[in-house]
Design a protein. Structure first.
Length: 764
């Protein structure tokens, strides 16, 4: 190995003086293990960059002797640019600054033969992985619709994240796929990859971990190479990353990890909070340096977040503070229902925009993607530009577009684009050759594809199975179309999703992604309940899809709390803080107390995204699967320190209807707390529940779900007329421009001219 470079005796650089005392301590502590416990907005990137720059400037190691690991390529680029700005071109000589996967891939190419590969191995993508697994499943004679490649890929990814090879699997892991064939398929998959001289992303770290374990000389060479190891976002490491890092750093022990145990929110991706919690055990004598001075948020925002996260037991502990004076308390607003929640937020944003706040300084952070639909509809109605970050707009999501294609084809059998989208969705065993024949017949006879399908199903041009499938599909559409006049759009959609097999296919997938897609479909059905006819709803969707504003214009940011980590906004709105929504009931059911604490960490992350103002909303009523349900405010609201919040309610009929109170209630996780008396003694107040008087029923919804489209058309209201000012729940106030039976055209003050059924308006 090379000798260390000669230390630089020049005076300290001026950029070192710009650090606060804990940041400076983290930079100058260059011997031994260091845990930089960096709270939200405390300048951890500046400290980490300065430490790397200091090591190079002081010549404590050559650039090639420093291992610096990040989680994203963007973070690696940013660090390289920042260090370059501090010390100049020396940073260009750092070959080991990058992501876990990038660094592991470089290592593996040097030792590929020890993993049964050649150095020119290929790294396959997700599509290739799924195709390979599907071949293996079919080769073993299993039904690949019941035992899907996607589920198997998810299991294998989990096993690799845990550092498990096929021989390491426990019986419970083996039983997780195909009734006890998990190990068999994992082994077949790995053998096939080696035959192809290929790896997937999980192999990069797993192969290197196994090489380190089996070849001591290889491990020692890497331990001697790296004089310093630095790791960003250490709280997000999974088991294989943790084991790989620990082996590399054990000899020299000059490892500095940066992270925040209070922002560990990715367990569903394999991240283990225990990795950062046991750092001092893994590296005895480690120095823990807490970065607690926040440069982002006001004192009230930090006080609310710190008080909430103090309820967690799995944490090392720190308290954020700021030198900023003043600031608003965190607002907690109780509203009547979901539509009022969206209206309240839209009205507040419109006011902020009038006062000069740019829309791109405003964010709405939700727990689940389906929550965005109410806000998207409201913003369309009032003309507020928005963008979805980390996902698609609600009506652009694949499963929603699939469902809409079914509905479009019911409403208009000539919609060939809709037919092409769903003719084999979900999978029905129909191939491209069948579709080509349908296209030829349709063009030759000037008929829609759906009509051509009915004709082909009666002929002999296709194999019997394909003809049977097409006949069943065309009969389904004929039946659904006949039902459209007697069922509400929501009822019809439920039937279509069920009878088409679409919902069943997602349930069979049994993945977290599939569960999220089912939630989106449930929200789509909820949206349909506001419309009397399928045509009205599809017209509304067309308006939504056409609402894409100029990409250069400022927009409100709509995204999930998970996606917001690392971001910041002047104004943050946090809707849906109710039990079952947040904390997520599904997470609690799956993970118990550990999941509850992760949900609370997610709440902490969400609050600390706000620079100037944070607003939390909860609704007393939610409509779920067509039924109004009373909602209990999130327990997290009750754990916010009273000194840092201000509460209000906008419930119809006044605050007396709500009369909510905080009281200790039976806690499903109480038994877990008995093992930690100090934790139990410091518990905050319990859930907020409705007062003794029952919550009154929700306000009357104008559209009666049992009335058919024909019955609406048969009657027109006598109490409204052209020129009258009216009010609509979705679009606000407007004046009736034309009237045709029960169909109105209304010039709305905020949304422009809309077509509305008269049942949806009231005289203003």
């Amino acid at each position: 190995m090379t000798s260390p470079p000669t230390r630089d005796s020049a005076p300290p650089p001026d950029w070192l003086d710009r650090l606060n005392p804990p940041q400076r301590e983290a930079v100058l502590t260059t011997d031994g293990p260091v845990l930089m416990l960096a709270g939200a907005g405390t300048g951890k990137t500046a400290a980490l960059t300065a430490r790397l720059g200091w090591l190079l400037r002081q010549r404590l190691a050559w650039p090639s002797e420093i291992l610096c690991v990040t989680f994203t390529n963007r973070a690696a680029r940013e660090m390289r640019e920042r260090v370059g700005a501090l010390i100049g071109p020396a940073v260009e000589g750092m070959p080991w600054l990058g992501t876990f996967h990038a660094i592991a891939a470089r290592m593996l190419r040097r030792h590929a033969e020890l993993a049964g590969l050649s150095p020119a191995f290929t790294i396959i993508d997700t599509d290739d992985q799924l195709r390979l697994l599907k071949q293996l499943i079919q080769g073993e004679g299993l039904d690949d619709k019941r035992w899907t490649a996607k589920v198997l890929a998810g299991l294998i990814d989990q096993w690799k994240n845990r550092g498990l090879s096929p021989a390491d699997l426990a019986p419970s892991d083996d039983a997780a796929f195909a009734d006890g064939k998990g190990r068999t398929f994992y082994t077949l998959y790995q053998d096939r990859l080696r035959a192809l001289n290929a790896c997937d992303f999980g192999d990069l770290l797993l192969h290197m971990l196994n090489i380190f374990r089996r070849h001591r000389d290889v491990l020692e060479s890497w331990q001697q190479r790296f004089r310093y190891v630095m790791v960003d976002e250490y709280q997000d490491t999974n088991a294989v990353q943790y084991l790989w890092l620990r082996l590399i750093a054990q000899t020299r022990r000059n490892i500095c990890v940066v992270g925040d145990d209070d922002q560990s929110i990715y367990s569903w991706r394999g991240a283990e909070i225990a990795n950062i919690l046991r750092f001092e055990q893994d590296f005895p004598g480690a120095r823990v340096i807490r970065l607690e001075q926040n440069y982002r948020s006001t004192a009230h925002i930090l006080g609310a977040a710190s008080g909430l996260i103090a309820e967690n037991s799995q944490r090392l502990g720190k308290t954020l503070w700021t030198a900023q004076a003043g600031g608003d308390r965190v607002r907690v607003i109780g509203v009547w229902d979901g539509p009022e929640e969206a209206q309240r937020v839209a009205d507040e944003i419109a006011r902020l925009e009038r006062e000069g706040c740019p829309l791109d300084a405003i964010a709405i952070l939700v727990r689940a993607q389906f929550q965005t639909r109410e806000f998207e509809d409201r913003f369309l109605a009032v003309g507020l530009a928005y963008r979805i970050v980390g996902g698609f707009r609600f009506y652009e999501r694949a499963e929603v577009r699939d469902a809409l294609a079914y509905l479009r084809l019911i409403a208009s059998p000539a919609d060939d684009l809709a037919f092409e989208r769903i003719w084999n969705t979900p999978k029905r065993g129909l191939g491209e050759k069948s579709l080509e024949k349908l296209h030829r017949l349709a063009r030759a006879n000037g008929v829609p594809l759906l009509h051509a399908a009915a004709v082909v199903a009666q002929g002999s041009d296709l194999p019997p199975r394909a003809r049977t499938t097409l006949a069943a599909l065309t009969k389904d559409f004929a039946r659904w179309r006949a039902s459209a006049d007697t069922l509400t759009p929501a009822e019809l959609t439920r039937i279509v999703l069920d009878e088409s097999g679409y919902s069943a296919a997602l349930r069979a997938e049994a993945s977290s992604e599939a569960i999220g897609r089912l939630e989106n479909l449930a929200e789509l059905v909820r949206a349909l309940e506001d419309y009397a006819t399928l045509t009205d709803f599809l017209e509304h969707v067309s308006l939504v899809m056409d609402n894409e504003a100029n990409s250069d214009d400022p927009k409100i940011t709509l995204m999930t709390m998970h996606g917001a980590k690392g971001l910041e906004f002047d104004q943050v709105f946090l809707p849906g803080w109710e039990e079952g929504v947040f904390p997520s009931q599904r997470s609690l059911d799956e993970g118990g107390l550990a999941s509850l604490e992760e949900e609370r960490r997610l709440a902490y992350v969400a609050i600390t995204r706000a620079r100037k103002r944070c607003t939390i909303l909860n609704s007393a009523n939610r409509r779920i699967y067509g039924q109004w349900t009373s909602s209990i405010p999130s327990r997290f609201i009750g754990q916010l320190p009273a000194d840092h919040i201000e509460s209000e309610t906008t419930l119809a009929g006044g605050a007396s209807l709500w009369r909510a109170h905080w009281s200790e209630q039976a806690d499903p996780f109480a038994d877990a707390l008995t093992t930690n008396p100090a934790r139990a003694a410091s518990r905050g107040p319990g859930w907020q529940r409705a007062a003794a008087a029952p919550v009154p029923p929700p306000p009357r919804r104008i559209a009666e779900p049992t009335r058919s489209a024909a019955s609406f058309a048969a009657t027109a209201r006598a109490d409204i007329a052209v020129g009258m000012r009216v009010f609509n729940d979705k679009f606000g106030y407007g004046v009736i421009a034309t009237q045709d039976g029960n169909k109105l055209e209304i010039d709305f003050e905020a949304a422009g001219r809309k077509r509305v059924i008269d049942s949806y308006v009231e005289p203003a």
